[in-house]
Design a protein around this ligand. Structure first.
Ligand code: ASP
Length: 444
């Protein structure tokens, strides 16, 4: 059985166990199950796994991007990849939110609902765009890596790569070593991914056990329209964009994306999913590392189609609940603000709500409105993160295809890049040889 099948089983079982605990009323605050199983065992295993993924992000992005820049062989191409992916990321996000607003307006969600007076939400302020731009150049690259500041890490890694290219032939040894480090990190991604079936079980069992069911029913219209808009964007808009711009087969693409989508769903974080997205995009889809090593971390940071859709639907919903008429100019402001907000906020769990408060402040919607949808946001975050990651992969494939950096043989091979048992098994002969080599170097 391949890994995806195992992870899907873990996911299904996790949902069943979690929902059973929720429905049976076993998971009440202070109960044994709540304390030791849901918030004990499930939480610990899930958190260990997310930590393991996040541990890989910074070194992987650093090494793969240095390799990517060195492997590109043409600095001008770098500029083209950067501008094409930026334009596509912004365009897809704008289309996403416009679609969401339209769908939500057609269904008139929230009309006739009474505005609650007890909802609370403490707005957090996201950084202003000027600061985001200034921070792209880190004053201390080590600190940027320690804090996981993705745009700064991308900038630094690209500068290292460009400088290596300028040093030229002399740096060949260095490049080979960085390539090896990249291979080592990718191996580590394989090891962590092979543990996913158990971790995904725990993550989903906990999320479902803690789900606020009553709230879900109260907000069923909001949730249904939002999920519908997310599916529309992922299956129609994004796949249409992929077909028009790259001619690739969307069915094959979606099949190969399954793993990355499940990881995004289970972790609710595009950032923590970077290692899996990068591996999927290069080894399963056929995007060359020189493109993917840039577009994937860049997309995880600035491209959030799913989050933009949530903002569009939430804005219409709250405006209707509070009886505010935003008008065309109000909605245009929402579109602009959402696109800008997505640049400044990284792909981590729940960040969509922070972006939403920025949008609300701009168009004058009551902040308490966010309190209303807070309770169901956890589950919606999971779904929209999968859409975010799918958008990153679509743009990576389009850019790579347009620059001749796409391997059709990999794309057409259904088994390309699948993780199997051999991933985590040591080759005894290889191991011995390596150990001998190390000992002899030490003796010299
Ligand atoms: N969790 C989302 C992501 O990481 C962001 C959000 O919508 O909250 O992509």
């Amino acid at each position: 059985m391949n890994l995806t099948a195992k992870v899907l089983i873990g996911m299904g079982l996790g949902m069943i166990v979690g929902l059973t605990l929720n429905w049976s009323g076993t998971n009440v605050d202070g109960s044994f199950t709540n304390q030791y199983v849901v918030n004990g065992l499930f939480h610990t295993v899930g958190a260990l796994f997310i930590n393991a993924l996040r541990m890989l992000v910074v070194p992987l992005v650093l090494f793969s991007l240095i390799c990517g820049v060195c492997g590109i062989g043409d600095i001008k191409l770098l500029g083209r990849i950067g501008s094409k992916s930026f334009a596509l990321y912004m365009m897809t996000t704008a289309v996403a939110i416009a679609t969401a607003i339209t769908i939500a307006a057609v269904f008139e969600i929230g009309k006739g609902m009474n505005a609650p007076t007890d909802a609370v939400f403490n707005a957090q302020t996201p950084p202003p765009l000027s600061q985001v731009l200034i921070d792209i150049i880190p004053t201390n690259p080590i600190q940027a890596m320690a804090n996981g500041e993705m745009l700064s890490i991308i900038f630094f890694a690209m500068m290292v790569g460009i400088s290596i290219l300028l040093v030229g032939k002399k740096a060949k040894g260095l490049v080979e070593n960085v390539e090896l480090m990249n291979e080592v990190m990718m191996k580590m991604v394989g090891i962590v991914m092979s543990l996913a079936p158990y971790a995904v079980f725990c993550l989903l069992a906990r999320a479902m056990a803690n789900l606020g069911m009553e709230l879900l029913w109260q907000l069923i219209w909001y949730v249904s329209v939002l999920v519908g808009a997310l599916m529309f964007h992922m299956l129609i808009t994004l796949q249409g964009t992929l077909m028009i711009f790259s001619g690739l087969n969307p069915i094959k693409f979606l099949k190969k994306m399954r793993n990355a989508q499940i990881f995004a769903f289970s972790t609710s974080s595009s950032n923590a999913t970077i290692p899996v997205t990068l591996r999927t995009v290069t080894n399963r889809l056929g995007v060359n590392n020189s493109v993917a090593s840039f577009t994937v971390p860049f997309g995880a940071t600035i491209n959030m189609d799913g989050t933009a859709i949530m903002q569009g639907v939430a804005t219409v919903f709250i405006a209707n609940v509070y009886g505010v008429d935003l008008g065309i100019s109000g909605y245009l402001t929402v579109i602009l603000m959402s696109v800008l907000a997505s640049i400044g906020t990284a792909g981590v769990p729940g960040v969509g709500l922070i972006m939403l408060s920025m949008v609300f402040a701009q168009v004058g919607l009551p902040m308490e409105g966010i309190g209303l949808i807070l309770g169901v946001d956890r589950i919606l975050d999971m779904i929209r993160t999968s859409v975010n990651v799918t958008g990153d992969a679509v743009v990576s494939a389009i850019v790579a295809k347009s620059e001749g950096k796409f391997n059709m043989d990999i794309f057409n091979d259904p088994d390309a890049g699948l993780i199997d048992e051999s991933e985590t098994q040591v080759d005894i002969d290889d191991e011995k040889e390596l150990a001998e080599a190390v000992t002899s170097t030490a003796n010299n």
